[in-house]
Design a binder for this molecule. Sequence first.
Ligand SMILES: Nc1nc2c(ncn2[C@@H]2O[C@H](COP(=O)(O)OP(=O)(O)OP(=O)(O)O)[C@@H](O)[C@H]2O)c(=O)[nH]1
Ligand SMILES: [Mg+2]
Length: 233
Amino acid sequence: MKAEQGAILIPTYEERENIGGLIDKIRDISQELTIIVIDDNSPDNTAEVVIQKQKVFKNLHLISREKKLGLGAAYIHGMKQAISMGFNFIITMDSDFSHDPEVIPDMILALQNSDAVVGSRYVKGGGIKNWPVHRKLMSAAANLLLRLILKTRVKDSTSGYRCIRTKLLEKINYSAIRSQGYSFLYEMLYKMRQAGARITEIPIIFIDRKFGFTKISKTEIYKALLSMFRLRF
Ligand SMILES: Nc1nc2c(ncn2[C@@H]2O[C@H](COP(=O)(O)OP(=O)(O)OP(=O)(O)O)[C@@H](O)[C@H]2O)c(=O)[nH]1
Ligand SMILES: [Mg+2]
């Protein structure tokens, strides 16, 4: 039987210090998986690093967008591309080493019995390294609220580290999602549940970024709260 083909989608905005090393690390783990970087014309010229890596590695694609258009829109762009290229599944991950590529083989394994796999900080064996207490509390509280209100039956609804079958993507109207950042992530999950998807969580240790800065603004957190109620009521 032909092995399933997957693409890793990595959105970047000003990640010059991270993206090259991340591509190297992913390639140490797998030469087969295609990598699609979605860059929003980063002023630090992140794209240039990817172009240099394309000379070394095959199956590495770069989508360049004209300006910062948000994390959700970047994912939508990458998903459309992966579907049009005929991949069986996608993996989404942050470009700042918060999502350890070592987990990728476990994710693909878990996908054998599911439609989507979520890398979760809140299941046994999962956790967060180097976050200040207030951020841990915010994230835990947000996820508790999301579970109660959206009934996604997932402990980590805001984790961006996921593996999803493209068949499932085609079933949900993902490209209609207008919210960005954290809200995009749980709106996807909500839609997947509504479509009857089998979703598995596997533990991840989320590591705070060492280089670069946060791209998701504080207002995103309040917007995210509002869109949770919009979805539910
Ligand atoms: N293409 C694109 N990528 C984005 C955009 N906003 C965020 N990203 C990327 O999305 C991923 C997650 O953003 P982060 O800034 O790391 O968000 P975060 O993990 O909540 O914040 P930190 O803990 O500070 O890292 C990173 O790879 C970013 O480079 C955007 O508007 N466009
Ligand atoms: Mg980050």
